[in-house]
Ligand binder design. Structure first.
Ligand code: NAP
Length: 315
C-alpha cells in the first residue's frame, strides 16, 4: 500500500499545491496516495502531513500513524506553538531553493538601494541635479544576522558583489569572503561594523528583541536596518526612537509583530521606514514540492529526514 500524504493548506492554495505535488511525486517515481483536507481519509492512516499552520488541520491528535510533519513554511514558531504537536514525530521545516532565491533577491535589492542612496539621487521637479559619486561596494560594510539556509546565501551573494560582509550566527561558520562571527562578542562586532544590517534570524526565545536600544546604540550612526526574519526580533519602540534621533537613518521592514501591519502602526507612516507585506521570500510550489517528494522518498527507504526542527532550540 502506498503511503497516504495529506495536504493541509489554505483553500485558495489547494489547486496549485495539489498540482505541484502530483507532478513532483511523478517526477520522483514516488507512489503515494495524495489526499486533501476535507477528503474522507481515516486520520490514523496518514503517514505524512504536508501543511501550513494556518491550514485546516490544526488538531494532530487523531493522526496517530504520522511518520513526519512536513511544513511548507521556513519559520516554525507557529508550528511549535501548536499544543497537539506530537512529541515523537519529526517536524521538518521548508528549505526551498526558490525561497532562498527570493530572499537573496529581496535583501540584495534593499542593500543596493540603501547603499546607492537612490532615493536621495532622484532628479525631482525642483530642477535639482544631485550629481555626486556613490561609494562602491568595497567601501561599504554590511552585516547579515543569521547564517542559515537563507542568510548564508545572502552573505555569500553580497560578498560576491564586493561588499565588506560580516555575518553572525549561533555557531561558527565558514563562508568565503565573509567574516563569520558567533556569540555575544561576535554580535557586538557585527552591529558596530555594519552600516547596513540585514536580519534573517528565526524567532526564538533567544532572538526576541535582539535589536533593541542597546543594539541600536552599537550600530554606526546613520545605519540602515533591514528585517526579513520575524517582527519579534525588533523592539519597535526602540527602533522608532533610534530613527527619530538619527542613530538609525532608515529601515526596511518586511515582517511585523502583528500581521497584517495595523493601519495605524507608526511604521506605516514614518518617512524613513519602508514597509513591505511579508513578501521577501515565498515558498515556491514547484521547487518546494520537489523537496517534499525528496523527503518522503528518503523516509520511505529509511534514510534520515532533512531539516528536522530542534524543538529545544526553537528552529
Ligand atoms: P535556518 O537555516 O534555521 O538558519 C537560522 C540561522 O539563525 C542560523 O544561522 C542560526 O545559527 C541563526 N540563529 C538562530 N538562533 C540564533 C541565536 N540565538 N544567535 C545567533 N544566531 C542564531 O533558517 P532559515 O531557513 O535561514 O530562515 C531564517 C528565518 O527567516 C526563518 O526562521 C523565518 O523566520 C524567516 N523567513 C522570512 C521570510 C520572509 O518572507 N520574510 C521567508 C522565509 C523565512 P546556527 O547556524 O549556528 O544554527
Amino acid at each position: 500500500m502506498p503511503p497516504v500524504v495529506k495536504l493541509s493548506v489554505d483553500a485558495d492554495e489547494v489547486p496549485v499545491w495539489r498540482a505541484a505535488l502530483a507532478r513532483a511525486f511523478a517526477e520522483a517515481g514516488l507512489a503515494v496516495e495524495l489526499r486533501l483536507a476535507g477528503e474522507t481519509v481515516a486520520p490514523e492512516t496518514v503517514s505524512y502531513l504536508v501543511y501550513v499552520p494556518s491550514g485546516p488541520v490544526r488538531d494532530f491528535r487523531p493522526y496517530t500513524g504520522l511518520k513526519a510533519l512536513l511544513s511548507l513554511w521556513a519559520g516554525v514558531e507557529k508550528a511549535l506553538a501548536n499544543p497537539t504537536l506530537p512529541a515523537d514525530t519529526p517536524l521538518c521545516r521548508m528549505v526551498d531553493p526558490g525561497m532562498t532565491r527570493g530572499m537573496v533577491e529581496y535583501l540584495v535589492a534593499e542593500t543596493l538601494r540603501h547603499h546607492l542612496d537612490l532615493d536621495a539621487r532622484r532628479c525631482g521637479p525642483d530642477g535639482g541635479w544631485p550629481q555626486t559619486a556613490p561609494p562602491l561596494a568595497g567601501e561599504r560594510r554590511v552585516g547579515v544576522l543569521g547564517l542559515g539556509e537563507l542568510g548564508a546565501e545572502v552573505a555569500r551573494t553580497l560578498a560576491g558583489l564586493g561588499f565588506v560582509v560580516r555575518g553572525w550566527s549561533r555557531t561558527p561558520k565558514r563562508i568565503e569572503g565573509v567574516r563569520c562571527l558567533a556569540g555575544a562578542a561576535g554580535l557586538d562586532e557585527t552591529l558596530s561594523q555594519s552600516e547596513i544590517l540585514a536580519c534573517v534570524l528565526p524567532r526564538t526565545p533567544a532572538t526576541e528583541n535582539l535589536l533593541d536600544a542597546r543594539a541600536f546604540g552599537l550600530t554606526p550612526r546613520g545605519a540602515t536596518i533591514i528585517n526579513a526574519g520575524r517582527g519579534e526580533l525588533i523592539d519597535d519602540a526602540a527602533l522608532l526612537a533610534a530613527l527619530d534621533d538619527g542613530r538609525i537613518a532608515r529601515a526596511t521592514l518586511d515582517v511585523f509583530r502583528v500581521e497584517p501591519l495595523p493601519a495605524d502602526h507608526p511604521f506605516r507612516r514614518h518617512p524613513r521606514v519602508f514597509a513591505t507585506a511579508h513578501v521577501a521570500a515565498f515558498t515556491r510550489p514547484r521547487s518546494a514540492a520537489a523537496v517534499i517528494a525528496a523527503q518522503i522518498a528518503r523516509a520511505e527507504v529509511g534514510l534520515e529526514l532533512l531539516h528536522v526542527v530542534d524543538r529545544a532550540r526553537g528552529y
